[in-house]
Design a protein around this ligand. Structure first.
Ligand code: SF4
Length: 227
């Protein structure tokens, strides 16, 4: 084989090796596929309106057809980042709360990351479908169950907030099924799926008036045009 061809093949092999190695995520949670991190205002649910550092981890196999972060699904597109770096970045901001989201963040062991954040006095909030076993130390768990891959019982029981995305009328009955699985003190929210908000929001308003154990959650960050 020509030496030039050999070196091209070798460099392709090294590239593919790096690519694969870059995505061997260690089970201790010290390295995580970070899609993005930014300081903003939590727009929805119980902590709506509060300043928080968002940590979005790549990787999700739940497959919601209306998902607005499909670019998060493939973990291999997002660089493995040391949890210490994420903790350091989060601690630079005056708002001492993080929202760990995805993707589906519970795919990964979040013990190391959340312990480090709490050690810096940062509150840890998670947004999860609950489809994977619970890891991490949490100040608040927002469970947003999805039909395509249901939540683990342990996540339903630990949730401080059940936030059901309403896409069509049948989702009200489905929300009630999940309300039976959470703890008595869990806050209950119905949130219109963004692309259907015009049609669904009036239905949610009527439903909450008739069923006041539920509250409305709106994606206020989208109305305010902030990330
Ligand atoms: S669980 Fe979340 S990230 Fe995953 S597909 Fe559904 S909406 Fe998208």
């Amino acid at each position: 084989m020509h030496i030039k061809h050999r070196s091209v093949l070798l460099s392709k092999y090294i590239c593919s090796l790096n690519y694969k190695m870059a995505h061997q995520i260690p089970p201790d949670g010290t390295l995580l596929p970070l899609m993005e991190e930014f300081y903003t205002i939590q727009g929805e649910g119980y902590h709506s309106g509060k300043a928080a550092y968002f940590i979005r981890l790549g990787g999700c196999d739940v497959g919601c057809h209306w998902c607005d972060v499909k670019e998060s699904w493939d973990a291999e597109l997002h660089p493995l980042t040391h949890a210490d770096t994420i903790i350091e970045n989060a601690s630079l901001h005056p708002g001492k709360a993080v929202v760990i989201t995805g993707g589906e963040p519970l795919i990964y062991n979040l013990d190391y990351l959340t312990r480090g954040l709490q050690a810096r006095g940062i509150k840890t909030f998670i947004e999860t479908s609950g489809a994977y076993p619970l890891s991490g130390n949490w100040d608040w768990i927002c469970l947003s169950p999805k039909k395509f891959k249901g939540p683990k019982r342990e996540v339903s029981l630990a949730a401080g907030e059940l936030k059901v995305i309403v896409f069509n009328k049948s989702d009200f009955a489905w929300a009630e099924e999940h309300a039976l699985l959470v703890s008595e003190n869990c806050k209950l929210y119905l949130q219109p799926e963004w692309s259907k908000a015009t049609v669904i929001t009036p239905l949610i308003i009527d439903y909450v008036k008739q069923n006041p154990q539920w509250e409305i959650s709106l994606q206020t960050h989208k109305y305010l045009n902030i990330p």
